[in-house]
Write a protein of this length. Structure first.
Length: 282
């Protein structure tokens, strides 16, 4: 059984009732502090002007990519946004140059800008509910500071139930539901999302720090993990998760579920799945 660990300023790991730390805060290496607790920012983090939006994307990408796990994001989520931002910056430069400013380059730039805002909205929704993210960090990344006067929600009392597990090669997809309402998709009351972890081993890890943090999901009805493509077919992998709320606390860890890496075809792992369709990454 996993015990409770004290909260510092880092990423949550599975525990019985509260969150724990596995990393130190690297904020001093990210940006200069520009505000303190209680700082107020605009309700909308995204600027109105396109040029300002492009500049915002560059700042956000550079700040968050220093240590994406600290922000509640997976490395893959961060690197994908960095790549998208690089394409946007290049397209913007080309569209602003008179000799290359055409209808085609303008349309290509605007399409990338829309894609950036859509992706950013998804990532920001995760960051804003990650308890390890401080007000200083939000400001450094150009995001809205949370309301520090809001009444704290009680800690989660139950663990999520992992179900509908499907394997396609090295990709594992599943969903999570409230243990008390398994027929619906709704999260428990006051729950903002779920932290997901994985492990590659014959048995589930005992030490909480041996699990790999995969990211936070605000929509637990569709979760997709991409395991190391060099893993051999038949390799056993595990997934687990726990709910978290607005306070820096998490609920009990879900019962770990295992499956095996496949050659490429779909498999139900060790759970019966009624959904055999492919799912895109969250």
């Amino acid at each position: 059984m996993l015990g409770m660990l004290a909260v510092d300023v880092a990423v949550r790991v599975p525990g019985r009732s509260q969150c724990a730390i596995v990393m130190r805060n690297g904020l001093d290496d990210i940006a200069t502090h520009t505000a303190r607790n209680g700082a107020i920012m605009s309700r909308t983090y995204m600027p109105r002007q396109k040029a300002d939006q492009v500049e915002w994307a560059n700042t956000f990408a550079s700040v968050v990519n220093v240590n994406p796990v600290l922000w509640g994001l997976s490395v893959l989520q961060s690197t994908d946004f960095v790549a998208l931002n690089a394409s946007l910056q290049s397209a913007w430069t080309i569209s602003e140059e008179p000799s290359t400013r055409t209808r085609v380059t303008l349309e290509f730039r605007d399409n990338l800008l829309d894609a950036m805002k859509t992706t950013a909205r998804r990532l920001v929704s995760i960051i804003q509910v990650t308890p390890s993210v401080s007000s200083d960090m939000l400001i450094a990344a150009g995001l809205t500071v949370r309301d520090v006067h809001r009444a704290p929600a009680p800690p989660p009392k139950t663990a999520p139930v992992i179900r509908n597990l499907v394997v396609d090669g090295h990709t594992v997809s599943f969903s999570m539901v409230d243990v008390e309402r398994q027929t619906g998709r709704a999260k428990p009351k006051n729950i903002l999302g779920a932290s997901v972890f994985s492990s590659v081993n014959e048995v589930p890890e005992v030490d909480v720090q041996d699990w790999t943090f995969e990211g936070n999901w605000t929509n637990p009805s569709r979760i997709t993990l991409h395991f190391d493509p060099t893993l051999s077919p038949g390799t056993k992998v595990w997934v687990t998760a726990f709910w978290f709320c607005s306070r820096a606390v998490s609920g009990p860890m879900a019962t770990p579920v295992s499956t095996q890496i496949q050659f490429g075809g779909l498999s139900n792992g060790n759970l019966v799945s009624r959904n055999h369709g492919r799912r895109k990454a969250a």
